[in-house]
Structures are given as structure tokens and as C-alpha cells.
Design a protein around this ligand. Structure first.
Ligand SMILES: [Zn+2]
Length: 486
């Protein structure tokens, strides 16, 4: 999101929920083999221990769990920007009788260690190549379980590769197709996701998860009416709080946008209030396409599906986004911008569009894993903002309260006091400037690629720049002093 940036130290909050899910006290499951698993919550369910991670609900056989410790903050992998996708994976247990033959053994073997036993998976694959059922089913199931384990560990690339293999061995199994669709949704690959969901629906016409995820894919493609239909269908099949919240939001949007006009260009679907000028809408699309080309070449990446943009009157923006009055624009999967009274794209509106569009690129290239400081730092930088106005204050701040200079590295900016948020934006920009100054945009691309593959933010930054956060702070201060002369 983009705040109305006046001067450093003035109220500069940012709109919205990094959907942190539960940042509450977490739990640690300690397995008998000593391995520890962080979880948001843990419950017992028959002979299984069921636990929630940000990536979804997973189960382990009770037999391999030694005990559960409570307390301590869990790390939240897969944290996403507001509204984009705060979606838990389907509880994709494969109940097909064809899979039950070796199911217990395969489960025990893979879940028993909590690690994916690649040798075992490969052996099952070899058996499958030699002879049909049930070997193929076992190989498919092994990959599916491996995909769930990798998801829980935040290894999203591995999870995707495993689920693709599962579907290759069992092409009509709805649980595998649904999970594969979910993994594509996490990558903002909505069209691809719909392909698998259609196949899943053929095999399981009344599966609520299929309807729920299909709604999400349509929502991502900016097809609100179809999203609403699917979510209503999903709720009729099974009550679900996540779907209910999504449906409520989509209904608010469809109601507001019922009278809106629609326009599109190569990479955007634009909706705008009848009160806005058609000339402005065309101008906005032309501006967005120009920024799209520029950001695409900066990041060597292009989002695969069209990006939704909505232009509002000031009042409708406040009503719909429920953002405080000082929020300038935001990006919650769709770019939402108030344009009241404008007849054409002003330089200020152009900057706003560039900032919000950067969020769409970073969100998708980083597979939803870029931390707030990289998102906001890069969006400000691409928008054209530099640290000249804030460098002196940042240097003073570092001398006065060394602890304050690291707060913005951690996930949830929503919990910061106002001055903290103002500082967070300024530090984020300064850090990004420093990284770009020494390693250029290639370094930033490499960091985003590592985040996309599931690496933790500080590790990704260190692998590319050789700086951990403490070193990055020191380098940033030196950069600020040299560049802006403090
Ligand atoms: Zn922003």
C-alpha cells in the first residue's frame, strides 16, 4: 500500500493486514526422534495429532509424537499480503479405495520421520514403472504426502514438484488435483489452477474444497461474479469461516462495482465508477502498461495473469477498503486507487500506480513470501522515492536507539506504533537503496527468487549480499552517510 507520505515522523501508517494469521503463542511438537515442529495450534484427533501451520493443517500419527510444548512465537511461513491469499491448503486426505492398499505403510514410512525419505519415494516410483496398480497408487500417495510435508516446511517448489508427480501417477484423484490447484493458487497462477480444479470437479462434483478454491481462482482473475457463485456453492456444501469472509468481501465489491464500467488492456482488467471519466480510464490503462513494461524489465519477470485494477471515488474507496482516511491507495490482490475529481493521470497518480503495481510484481515473483520491508522498500524505490529527505533522521535514530533500526525487518508492521511505522517505511527504502547500490537489481531478483523457493528473508538476503540484517543495517548507515552527506 502506499501511504500519503508527508514528512518523516508524521503519521504514516499503512493500511492493512499483512495477514499474519495467528501471531499468537505457538506450540512445538517434539517427535520421539527428537525433531521439533513449530505449530500455531495443536489438537488431538483420535490416533492423530493435528496441527496448524500458516501453510495449512497437517496430521501426524500420535505414536511418533513424544510431547507438545506450548509458548514461544512460531515463525509464519507463507505470510501473504492482505487479501491476496490467506488460504489454507485443502485438508487433502485421499480417501479413494484404490489408494488404501498400501496407504498405512506409505503414511507411516513418510510421516514417521517427519522428513521426506527420498530413497523410499524413489523406490515406490521404480515399482510403479515396472507394474501398474497398486504400485502407481503408492507412488502417487507418497508424492502427495511428501508435498504436504514440504508445504508445512515452506518448501513450496518441492511441494509443487511432488504434487505434480502425484497427479502424473494418479491423474484423476481429486485430493491430488485439488492440492496441486492450491499450490498454483499460491503462485498466483490462476488459469493453471482452474485447469486442475475442473478435472477435480469431474471426479468429485460436490467437493467443497474444489468450489472454494475455484472461487479463489476466479477472484484472482478478477471474475467476481463467478467467484461469488463458487463460494456460495462451497458454503452450501460445508460451513467455512475463510470462505465466508472471502464471500463477504467479494459481495461488497460486486455491489459497489455493479454500475462500474469495464475496460481492459494487455495486462490489466480495469473497473471504474460511472462517475469517473472514460478518458481517465483509458489514460490509467496506458500509464499502467507503460509501468508494466518498465517493471518487467527491471525485475525480469511478468505476472502470468491479468492484474485487476479498480478506480474509486474517495468515499467508495473508504467504504470498500475500510482503510483509514490517510491511506492513499492499496493493493490487496487488486490495485485499488481513489481518483475522485481527476480528469487525467497526474504525475502523482502515475507514481501511485507505479508503487501499487510494484507490489503486484513483488507479490507474485516472490510467491507471496517477500517480507514487508522488501515490498515497501522496493515499491517506494520503483515509485521514484529516495532517502534524501530521511537520511539525516535515520542516522540520528541509529545513534540514539540502535534497537529501533531492526524492528522493520520483522513481519507484522501493523503492530508498530505510528512513529514506528513511519520509520519502518524509511528504513525499508534505505535498505533497498543500499542493496541496489552495491548489487544492482540482479541482487534483488536473486533475493526474490530465493524467497519464492521458500528461503527465510534474512537467509535469502545473506546468501545474495553476504550481509545478515545487522550487517545490512551497518552498510545502510554507511551508504546513507556517503550518499546524502551526513
Ligand atoms: Zn506500499
Amino acid at each position: 500500500m502506499r501511504v500519503r507520505w508527508t514528512s518523516f515522523g508524521i503519521l504514516l501508517l499503512y493500511a492493512f493486514a499483512v495477514v499474519a494469521g495467528a501471531q499468537a503463542q505457538g506450540n512445538t511438537i517434539v517427535l520421539k526422534n527428537g525433531r521439533r515442529i513449530s505449530a500455531l495450534s495443536v489438537s488431538r484427533d483420535g490416533d492423530k495429532v493435528r496441527y496448524e501451520t500458516a501453510a495449512g493443517t497437517l496430521t501426524l500419527p500420535s505414536a511418533i509424537v513424544d510431547h507438545v510444548e506450548s509458548g514461544g512465537l512460531p515463525t509464519i511461513p507463507g505470510e501473504t499480503r492482505s487479501g491476496t491469499l490467506s488460504l489454507r491448503p485443502p485438508d487433502a486426505a485421499a480417501n479413494d479405495p484404490a489408494l488404501s492398499a498400501g496407504k498405512n505403510e506409505v503414511e507411516a514410512r513418510l510421516l514417521g520421520t517427519g522428513e521426506v525419505d527420498r530413497g523410499y519415494v524413489a523406490a515406490l516410483e521404480n515399482q510403479a514403472r515396472e507394474g501398474g496398480e497398486p504400485a502407481s497408487s503408492n507412488a502417487a500417495l507418497a508424492h502427495h504426502i511428501a508435498a504436504q510435508l514440504e508445504t508445512a516446511r515452506g518448501e513450496m517448489e518441492l511441494a509443487l514438484a511432488d504434487e505434480q508427480q502425484a497427479v502424473r501417477f494418479a491423474p484423476r484423484q481429486p485430493a491430488f488435483l485439488t492440492n496441486l490447484a492450491y499450490l498454483h493458487l499460491r503462485r498466483s497462477e490462476f488459469t493453471q489452477s482452474l485447469d486442475y480444479l475442473e478435472k477435480a470437479r469431474l471426479a468429485a462434483p460436490n467437493d467443497p474444497d474444489v468450489a472454494k478454491l475455484t472461487g479463489w481462482a476466479y477472484y484472482g482473475l478478477n471474475k467476481l461474479d463467478q467467484a461469488v457463485t463458487e463460494w456460495q456453492r462451497a458454503l452450501a456444501l460445508r460451513p467455512d469461516a475463510e470462505t465466508e469472509a472471502a464471500l463477504k468481501k467479494a459481495l461488497r465489491d460486486t455491489e459497489e462495482e455493479a454500475q462500474y464500467k469495464e475496460n481492459e488492456s494487455a495486462h490489466f482488467t480495469l473497473r471504474y465508477s460511472g462517475a469517473a471519466e472514460p478518458v481517465l480510464a483509458r489514460d490509467v490503462l496506458r500509464t499502467l502498461e507503460r509501468h508494466f513494461a518498465a517493471i518487467e524489465s527491471e525485475l525480469s519477470y511478468a505476472p502470468p495473469d491479468p492484474i485487476g485494477v479498480v478506480l474509486y471515488t474517495q468515499q467508495a474507496f473508504a467504504d470498500i477498503t475500510q482503510a483509514p482516511a490517510w491511506v492513499g491507495a492499496l493493493n490487496d490482490g487488486r490495485i485499488r486507487v481513489p481518483v475522485q475529481g481527476l480528469g487525467s493521470v497526474t504525475p502523482e497518480l502515475s507514481r501511485v500506480l507505479r508503487h501499487e503495481l510494484t507490489h503486484s510484481f513483488v507479490q507474485q515473483k516472490g510467491r507471496g513470501r517477500a517480507p514487508a520491508w522488501i515490498q515497501e522498500g522496493l515499491a517506494q524505490w520503483v515509485e521514484g522515492k529516495r532517502s534524501d529527505g530521511t537520511a539525516a533522521a535515520l542516522v540520528r535514530m541509529a545513534a540514539g536507539s540502535p534497537a529501533g533500526v531492526a524492528a522493520h525487518f520483522e513481519g507484522d508492521w501493523m503492530k508498530m506504533p505510528n512513529e514506528g511505522a513511519a520509520a519502518a517505511y524509511a528504513w525499508a527504502l534505505a535498505n533497498v537503496e543500499c542493496i541496489l547500490h552495491s548489487g544492482g537489481m540482479t541482487d534483488m531478483q536473486r533475493i526474490l527468487d530465493r524467497l519464492a523457493a521458500g528461503e527465510a528473508p534474512e537467509a535469502a538476503v545473506k546468501a545474495v549480499t553476504r550481509d545478515d540484517y545487522a550487517a545490512l543495517t551497518a552498510d545502510t548507515l554507511e551508504y546513507l552517510r556517503k550518499t546524502y552527506g551526513n
